[in-house]
Write a protein that binds this ligand. Structure first.
Ligand code: CO8
Length: 258
C-alpha cells in the first residue's frame, strides 16, 4: 500500500489524494515514490479511464518539503529535481485524461503538480504560486517550463521572480486555472467533468491527447501531420466501428476500449 497517498477507484476513475496533512501535503522522496508506483498501477489497469489528483485537508500540495531540501547539497538537489521531474512527466504522458482538483494551497511543487494535468479545477479558496525564489532556489519540478507555456513568458517571470502567492481568482484570470468552483462543489464538479470525458471512446480520447500534446510542440505543418497519424490510428479500433454504427443505428454507443 501507500504511505503518503490515498488511492481509490470510483466508476473507472482513479483518484489520487496526496495525504501528508501535517506538512500540508509537501512532496518528499516518499511522496514521489508513492506517486511513481501508483502511476504504474494506473497504467497497468486497462479499466481506468481517467485520473483525478487532489490533496487531503486544507492543502492541495504546499510545495516540495522544505525541511528535507534545507540540508541538500548540489548533487542531492539535482537528484531530487530529476526524480520529481521524471515522475511529473510520467503523469503528463498518461494516455487518460488527468484533472487536478485543487482544494487549497498549490504552491511551488504543488502548482507544478497541478500543471502536469490536462485541466485544472480549483476551489475559490485555493492559492497558487511559485515561492521558490524567496527560499533561495528556482522551481525544480517543471515550473520554469510549464508556467511560461501556459501563461506566457513575461507573466510567468513576474510570478516566479516575485514569489507572489495569488488567489484562485487571479490564477483563473492568468490562465493557470481552467475552472473555478465553490469549495463544497469541487469533487462533484470534477467528477461530472471527468465523466463527460470518459463516456467517449477511450482510445479516441487518448489519441486526441497525444495529437494535442505532441502537436503543441511543433509548427503547424508538423502539427497537422501528427494529427493525421493519431486520426488514422482510430480507424484500426473496434470503438470507431461501434461509435459510427451506433450513430447510424440511432442508439447509444457501447465503447469497449478496444
Ligand atoms: N515543506 C515542509 N513543511 C511544510 C511545507 C513545505 N513546503 N508547507 C507547510 N509545511 C508545514 C509547516 O512547516 C507546518 O508544520 P508544523 O506544524 O510542524 O510547524 C505545517 O505544514 C502547517 O503549515 P503552517 O503552520 O505554515 O500553516 P499556515 O496556514 O500558517 O501557512 C502556508 C500555510 C502559507 C502554505 C505555509 O505553510 C507556507 O508558506 N508553506 C511553504 C510554501 C512554499 O514555499 N512552497 C514551495 C516550496 S519549494 C518547492 O516546492 C520547490 C519545488 C521543486 C523542488 C526541486 C528540488 C530540487
Amino acid at each position: 500500500m501507500y504511505e503518503t497517498i490515498i488511492y481509490e477507484v470510483k466508476d473507472s476513475i482513479a483518484i489520487v489524494t496526496i495525504n501528508r496533512e501535517k506538512a500540508l501535503n509537501a512532496i518528499n522522496n516518499q511522496v514521489l515514490a508513492d506517486l511513481d508506483k501508483v502511476l504504474d498501477e494506473i497504467k497497468a489497469d486497462k479499466n481506468i479511464r481517467g485520473l483525478i489528483l487532489t490533496g487531503a485537508g486544507r492543502s492541495f500540495v504546499a510545495g516540495a518539503d522544505i525541511a528535507a531540501m534545507s540540508v541538500m547539497n548540489e548533487e542531492e538537489g539535482f537528484n531530487f529535481g530529476v526524480y520529481g521531474n521524471g515522475v511529473f512527466r510520467k503523469i503528463e504522458l498518461l494516455d487518460i485524461p488527468v484533472i487536478a482538483a485543487v482544494n487549497g494551497f498549490a504552491l511551488g511543487g504543488g502548482c507544478e503538480l497541478a500543471m502536469t494535468s490536462d485541466y485544472i479545477v480549483a476551489s475559490e479558496k485555493a492559492k497558487f504560486g511559485q515561492p521558490e525564489a524567496g527560499l533561495g532556489i528556482t522551481p525544480g519540478f517543471g515550473g520554469t517550463q510549464r508556467l511560461p507555456r501556459k501563461i506566457g513568458v513575461s507573466k510567468a517571470k513576474e510570478l516566479i521572480f516575485s514569489a507572489r502567492v495569488i488567489s484562485a481568482q487571479e490564477a483563473y484570470e492568468l490562465g493557470i486555472v481552467d475552472k473555478l468552483v465553490a469549495p463544497e462543489e469541487l469533487m462533484d464538479k470534477v467528477m461530472e467533468l471527468m465523466n463527460s470525458f470518459t463516456k467517449n471512446a477511450p482510445i479516441a480520447v487518448a489519441n486526441c491527447k497525444k495529437a494535442i500534446d505532441e502537436g503543441y510542440q511543433l509548427d503547424i505543418d508538423g502539427g497537422v501531420k501528427t494529427e493525421s497519424k493519431w486520426f488514422a490510428k482510430c480507424f484500426g479500433t473496434e470503438d470507431q466501428k461501434e461509435g459510427m454504427a451506433a450513430f447510424l443505428e440511432k442508439r447509444p454507443a457501447e465503447f469497449k476500449n478496444k
